[in-house]
Design a binder for this molecule. Structure first.
Ligand code: NIG
Ligand code: FE
Length: 436
């Protein structure tokens, strides 16, 4: 990716490889700062963009030093080693992808034909597709190859504007394979220059060798696996797929209770295929996030609002599996903080938070402003990095995007393209998006 000449970027090759000493982005038509009080945005703040017209950002090394109207920032910091003129453009924080399964071997393109014939997620799994198909391939892959494939995917996410990404394990379902995936996730992040937040998802499915003995598999996850992941400090969060045909609410409670005492934050795949009480478990165990929520009950939603659990919506999954869309408008009205993720996985091969934002506007009932909050500051909180990323504020990591559009509203409006012109990751200019 080469930085676009239209931005008059003055820099040397060396500077491009790492963060320059200082960097100025000036004259953004709309600078979306997302500044505000600490904590995820909800209620009336759910769509607060902190918009500055003719805005500028001044960066030193990997950190943001100053943000505000261009004349004010230039008065304080008149020069920088690299300067980007963002006249007519929109500038905002790099996207945070709150939920992916980006480390796996193989692919499942054959399932699109089955979907076209009308098969649903469960029928595809019963036919030999689905999670267990990918588990087979991933068990046979080594860490190096998994990392290389995942890094390739993360570079693509970066080109679409994602600078921080949560990555789950869950295609190993045996202790050494789960550890291998988590190590590959960390390595992939280093290779791609994208910050990765790793999540342990040993309870993604019951593996074939435990068929008919789900409780024995839950024992393995809750004891040996959690201990091993904790010992090697390979994950920040533990997640469980609580849903029909996967794990029960009780099993989720047990695994997440154990995970919390081992020091992990809790996450839940909740109420994606049916309402099996996932949202209520999230509230009960004090999860950081409950994800999917297509079928969340009113009591479940009330529990999330009461306990401040973040709802991570994944509309690309609804698109790829012809499922209903979570009721984002209702979640916002109930006071639940809402975040967004791509759910990138072999069933939902979606690399673009821009597409997720557009889907959220068209199908989840979020406004463009709410969807941008969801894909930045709220997603940062959903992955435990609220104080570090997700907004353009002094002291935060210098992760930002220059979009080739004059207003943020184009993000909800354009479907399936890439308007990212420049990605700045930890203060380093990483180049422009692939489409122009
Ligand atoms: O989030 N729901 C569970 N896991 C993934 C799908 C994984 C797969 O099909 O491989 C999801 O949609
Ligand atoms: Fe998922």
């Amino acid at each position: 990716m080469k930085p676009s000449r239209a931005h008059k970027i003055r820099e040397t090759r060396e500077e491009r490889a790492s963060a320059p000493r200082s960097l100025l982005v000036v004259h953004a038509a709309e600078l979306i700062t997302l500044r505000g009080p600490p904590g995820p945005r909800r209620h009336e703040a759910a769509g607060d963009l902190g918009l500055v017209e003719d805005g500028a950002v001044y960066i030193e090394g990997e950190r943001i030093v100053d943000v505000g109207p261009t004349p004010d920032v230039l008065a304080r910091h008149p020069r920088a080693s690299v300067q980007i003129d963002a006249t007519g453009k929109t500038v905002l924080p790099g996207f945070v992808d709150g939920h992916t399964h980006a480390v796996f071997a193989g692919s499942r393109e054959q399932e699109v034909e089955w979907k076209a014939q009308g098969m649903d997620y469960r029928e595809i799994a019963a036919r030999g597709g689905g999670i267990l198909h990918t588990v087979q391939a991933t068990r046979n892959a080594d860490e190096e190859n998994l990392a290389r494939a995942a890094a390739h995917r993360l570079r693509s996410l970066l080109a679409f504007g994602t600078t921080t990404v949560e990555v789950k394990s869950g295609y190993g379902l045996r202790t050494p394979d789960e550890l291998k995936i988590l190590k590959a996730a960390a390595q992939a992040g280093r290779m791609a220059g994208v910050d990765v937040v790793p999540t342990f998802l040993g309870a993604h499915a019951v593996p074939p060798e435990f068929e008919g003995r789900p409780e024995a598999y839950v024992d393995l996850v809750a004891e040996e696996m959690i201990d091993a992941v904790a010992k090697e400090r390979l994950a920040a969060f533990c997640d469980v797929f609580v849903d029909e045909g996967y794990f029960t609410a009780d099993q989720g409670r047990r695994i997440l209770g154990r995970a919390k005492s081992a020091g992990f934050g809790a996450k839940i795949h909740a109420d994606e295929l049916a309402d099996t009480g996932g949202a209520s478990v999230a509230a009960e165990v004090g999860a950081v996030s409950a994800d999917h929520l297509l079928h969340a009950s009113p009591e479940g939603i009330e529990g999330l609002a009461r306990t401040g659990v973040i709802a991570v919506l994944l509309p690309a999954t609804s698109l790829a599996s012809r499922l209903p869309y979570a009721d984002g408008r209702r979640l916002v009205a109930a006071g639940v903080p809402v975040a967004l993720g791509t759910d990138f996985n072999p069933n939902t091969w979606c690399e673009s938070q821009q597409l997720t934002i557009a889907l959220a506007c068209h199908h989840n009932g979020l406004t463009p402003a709410q969807a941008i909050v969801a894909a930045t500051v709220n997603a940062a909180h959903a992955v435990g990095l609220g104080p570090a990323v997700g907004s353009l504020e002094r002291g935060k990591r210098a992760d930002l995007l220059v979009l080739d559009v004059p207003s943020y509203r184009h993000l909800g409006y354009r479907i399936g393209g890439n308007v990212v012109q420049v990605v700045i990751k930890r203060g380093a200019v990483r180049g422009s998006g692939p489409i122009r």
